[in-house]
Design a binder for this molecule. Structure first.
Ligand SMILES: [Mg+2]
Length: 126
């Protein structure tokens, strides 16, 4: 098994399938921020973690990587995406919305844009 396949197997084992709502429910166990800062705290954390994803990708562009290093960087970026997901789950929870509903709505929106040929361009209502 080559390195890329090993990495895929490792990721598959580490991140076993989990339903979005199950993840949301479980992630709340680790929400230790004050109730007075619901919504705000995860929104700020989401922005910070999105920055961490961008920073890791930026450094990959700057430094490059051979095939082996690329597999390591993919795992590091995946870990940051996980941090983003945690904040998404808790922000959604603070808003009283299920992650799966958000995912479904987002998919419907993008699917509609695709059918209308408006995936490109800008504006929320296209
Ligand atoms: Mg992080």
């Amino acid at each position: 098994m080559d390195l890329e396949q090993q990495a895929k197997e490792w990721i598959k084992e580490k991140y076993k399938d989990m339903e979005m709502n199950e993840y949301q429910r479980k992630s709340i166990e680790f929400a230790i921020y004050p109730a007075t800062h619901r919504i705000l705290y995860p929104a700020l954390g989401l922005a910070g973690e999105a920055g961490e994803v961008a920073n890791k990708v930026k450094k990959f562009i700057r430094d490059g990587a051979d095939k082996e290093a690329f597999e390591v960087k993919k795992i590091e970026i995946a870990a940051e995406i996980g941090d983003v997901l945690w904040y998404c789950a808790n922000l959604a929870n603070d808003l009283g919305i299920n992650l799966s509903d958000i995912a479904s709505e987002n998919y419907s929106k993008l699917s509609g844009r695709s059918k209308r040929g408006t995936l490109g361009g800008d504006g929320d209502n296209r």
